[in-house]
Write a protein that binds this ligand. Sequence first.
Ligand SMILES: Nc1nc2c(ncn2[C@@H]2O[C@H](COP(=O)(O)OP(=O)(O)OP(=O)(O)O)[C@@H](O)[C@H]2O)c(=O)[nH]1
Ligand SMILES: [Zn+2]
Length: 374
Amino acid sequence: MIAESFTATGQLLGTVVAVQANFYRVQLDQEDGEMRGMREMGEQNLPHPPHPPHPLLLLCTRRTRLKKIGQQVMVGDRVVVEEPDWAGGRGAIAEVLPRQSELDRPAIANVNQILLVFAVADPPLEPYQLSRFLIKAESTGLDVLLCLNKSDLISPQEQQQISDRLLGWGYRPLFISVKNSINIDQAATHLSNKITVIAGASGVGKSSLINGLIPNANLRVAEVSGKLARGRHTTRHVELFELPSGGMLADTPGFNQPDMDCNPEELIDYFPEARKRLAVASCRFNDCLHRDEPECAVRGKWERYEHYLEFLDAAIARQTQLHQQADPESTLKLKSKGKGQSQYEPKLESKKYRRVSRKTQLQDLQQLYQESEE
Ligand SMILES: Nc1nc2c(ncn2[C@@H]2O[C@H](COP(=O)(O)OP(=O)(O)OP(=O)(O)O)[C@@H](O)[C@H]2O)c(=O)[nH]1
Ligand SMILES: [Zn+2]
């Protein structure tokens, strides 16, 4: 495929779609058809003339200048490419444009939303597991889109029940069936012109959905040979796929083992139904963890309150452990408050906490990988 890419100043602009070793695969922007038509009709005052027809993908290196200033290049980065070697399909990244967002795991820049895919059956929909994934997705601060696949396996009544239940959680799921092509177009509409990360438990139909959305996804993988070749289930690096309707989709296993690595204080923000409560009322204490504190606006009869308490315990235990690793002399103690409840005191210094957490996070994740693959 060939295209013409340029900016008003004649720069070549593109998006990094894969990174491996010191190579970056850059997908160049395409000139939109309208502009090309105008130029062909002899319109004046148009931006810089286009580069000659060229391949859409260039295998790029990073300019030494960028290395010197410590500028990392991530998948999802918008970059300026220089010195294109059209025949060889090579180029050099000269500049990284400011990022709008930065996901840690998977490492992708400029992601707009998380597409969470679960199945309504086969494997059965497990509320607790779904909750974990939702919280992990919410913790990114990005928009969360929930698709429930395999809707062909349940009755309309069952679908309604699930729908009502999730509405109580603050979500309006899109029921799809990749098998019967139900609502796939609608899912595609939500993804167009955005960078989306797809996540979900194993076997729910993520690969099937990607193949449904991007008919040539496999083909494209096969096209790229050598260093950047990727077998979906063999390598773990991140890759963005272009959607036919515009936008890009990343399928990565890195996101798929959610661990509770958030601050206990922040956890409540990841429950939309609790956010709703806090929007109209406040707890008496600023640092309320919504357990047994008096005059709490959150505690109550909402379905996932039990999930909240369990995740909170995990988050507290994890933070306590991290703090003790960081500072064995610490006076911090996990205080038992009876009924299996506990409280940690005093507050942690956040900087110290973060430095340690990365390593531990990685260990947690590796452990989860192993567990999920066993
Ligand atoms: N009944 C039904 N089965 C489906 C549907 N979509 C996918 N499947 C089946 O579900 C199974 C798992 O699909 P995959 O696409 O491999 O699931 P995945 O989420 O990518 O799984 P992992 O690669 O393990 O993460 C396959 O046997 C699919 O044929 C659907 O809409 N309805
Ligand atoms: Zn409270």
